[in-house]
Design a protein around this ligand. Structure first.
Ligand code: BEZ
Length: 192
């Protein structure tokens, strides 16, 4: 898995089983967002405890019904090895099937974000992209992203950054200190 990821970021996500309605929409969505993932240097990998032949047949259905081309792998985790390593089976939900776990993994192979949804609730893949955008922005700039942030929106300066000279250098457009600990500034990638 780590070799396959190479220098890319990764989104690894599980669903309860093949040929399930919510999972069909989710994989279709992920497929339609392939270009968005590629632009962010993200490789996508789905997982369920069904086998390869089942995955192959299901992919045909997903492509047909979701107007998508699934062009990322689906791990056939029949022995549940991956599911157990990533704690994707929650015995209160099912002792055999995976729940909707999702991990964003960085190029150093660190898990950076985890979301877990129950079988009844399909995930919001725009939120997954937003998570990737936030992680990639905050890795390179001394900022964090506020609630409901969207790319291009204002960000907060991390509280640990107190040196005014460095703040001026990093954020030439300045900042607004709503409180000493809440300093808003524009996305540092924006041209002023
Ligand atoms: C689904 O993926 O559609 C699903 C799976 C289990 C229960 C309900 C929905």
């Amino acid at each position: 898995f780590h070799e396959w990821l190479g220098d890319s970021w990764g989104v690894l996500f599980s669903h309860p089983a093949d040929f399930t309605p919510v999972g069909t929409t989710e994989l279709g969505l992920a497929a339609r967002l392939q270009e968005e993932f590629a632009q962010r240097n993200v490789k996508v990998l789905a997982l369920s405890v069904d086998g390869v032949e089942s995955h192959k047949k299901w992919i045909e259905d997903i492509n047909d019904t979701q107007y998508a081309q699934v062009n990322f792998p689906i791990l056939a985790d029949e022995d549940r090895k991956g599911a157990e390593l990533y704690d994707m089976i929650h015995p209160n939900a099912s002792s055999t099937m995976t729940v909707r776990s999702l991990f964003i993994i960085d190029p150093a192979k660190k898990i950076r974000l985890i979301i877990t949804y129950p079988a009844c609730t399909g995930r919001n893949f725009d939120e997954v992209l937003r998570g990737v955008d936030s992680l990639q922005l905050t890795d390179y700039h001394a900022v964090a992203t506020p609630g409901n942030w969207k790319p291009g929106g204002d960000v907060v300066i991390v509280p640990s950054l107190q040196d005014e000279e460095e703040i001026k250098r990093r954020f030439p457009s300045g900042y607004i200190a709503v409180r000493p600990y809440l300093r808003m500034t524009q996305d540092p990638r924006k041209k002023t």
